[in-house]
Design a protein around this ligand. Structure first.
Ligand SMILES: [Zn+2]
Length: 359
């Protein structure tokens, strides 16, 4: 497993074309172990799907092969003090290697449910890999995305509403600013106003509030002019249960004649902690580790959103480690083995006929 994870790290999959090389490595590795593999490509995005087992119920194991950029030495993986260091070891090539091992093992011991392994590129950027697979009908009854979670279960995630706002001011000579209306100052004021709208003060069971970030600002040309216009980019991560349309309405009513454009929008993930598949996963984790896993909400979005959009319960669940997207990223090797054990047991006892009534 460490050898496989290390090979995936060494590929340096920071771009779609590099992730394609990882995909080829994964496909070859699985085929050599008797796992039939399908490669699906659409508009330059290529993803891998592999099925094992059979039965009425389907569990999806979803992993992304792409990683964020890192220093050259981060792509030379190293095992030290029970940890595998390297870019993507924690997010999430360690988990990918573990899931591949689980699936390869299942070909010899087929489970009573269907297991779909999805390996995708592009999670760190636009999420096009999983989006394409879901659009092509590759779904299931329950989805585990092997994101870094320290063996906790990420049941919910904030939604995304990214806006471009154009703020109009009035130009004047820079020596007489009182004759103009400074668009940059108006934009900042508008942003402060957004932070104080009713939606911004709301909370939900897993979150203390939505995230609001002034991500971009552009305005002003020369020193001796009051800037007549300003563009700002606002990144809002709203709570499960909040309605992005209502948030937009509140912002538009505050911004008056200034144009507010939606750049990107994605719903929140709101898998219920009481969902029978989640309850069973909680039980399996507790039986292997000896303690109840932490159920939590993620501030950032993962590929779980593409399944939850279709009402399919999806969670983030992966091994322990630290520093993903940072220096000294590592995954704990012991927890990677525990993760593998949990997945194997969970698939063996995957809620089937009995739970059908409970759903
Ligand atoms: Zn990730």
């Amino acid at each position: 497993m460490l050898e496989l994870a290390s090979e995936l790290i060494r590929t340096q999959p920071t771009s779609p074309s590099r992730a394609k090389i990882s995909l080829q490595i994964a496909a070859k590795w699985l085929e050599m172990r008797g796992v039939p593999v399908t490669l699906k490509e659409e508009r330059g995005v290529e993803a891998l799907v592999a099925y094992v087992g059979g039965g009425e119920k389907t569990i999806v194991l979803n992993g992304h092969l792409d990683v964020v950029p890192g220093r050259t030495e981060q792509f030379l993986p190293e095992v030290r003090e029970g940890r595998l260091y390297g870019r993507g070891s924690y997010d999430m090539l360690g988990a990918v290697a573990a899931m591949m091992h689980v699936v390869a093992h299942l070909t010899k011991n087929p489970p009573w449910c269907r297991v779909v392994l999805m390996l995708v590129p592009d999670e760190e950027t636009a999420g096009r890999g999983t989006k394409m697979l879901v659009r092509c009908g590759y779904v299931g009854d329950f989805v585990i995305c092997g994101e870094p979670s320290n063996l906790g279960i990420g049941v919910q995630a904030k939604g995304i509403l990214q806006l471009a706002v154009r703020v109009q001011g009035v130009a004047a000579h820079g020596s007489r600013p009182w004759l103009g209306d400074n668009a940059i100052l108006k934009a900042v004021e508008l942003y402060r106003g957004i932070e104080n709208l009713p939606f911004a003060g709301e909370t939900s069971p897993f979150f203390s509030g939505p995230s609001i970030n002034l991500a971009k600002i552009r305005g002003g040309r020369v020193y001796n002019q009051v800037p007549p216009d300003c563009y700002m980019g606002v990144d809002i991560r709203f709570l499960p249960g909040q309605n992005s349309q209502e948030i937009l309405r509140q912002i538009r009513s505050l911004s008056g004649p200034n144009r507010v454009r939606v750049i990107s929008r994605s719903p929140a993930v709101q898998t219920s902690p009481d969902n029978p598949y989640v309850l069973q996963l909680t039980k399996t984790v507790a039986s292997v580790t000896g303690y109840e896993p932490r159920l939590f909400g993620q501030d950032g979005a993962a590929d779980t959103r593409y399944f939850s959009q279709h009402g399919i319960p999806a969670v983030e669940f992966g091994p322990a480690g630290a520093n993903h997207h940072g220096d000294d990223e590592y995954v704990d090797i012991g927890s990677l083995e525990t993760f593998m054990k949990i997945l194997t047991l969970y698939i063996r006892d995957f809620p089937g006929v009995e739970t059908k009534a409970a759903r």
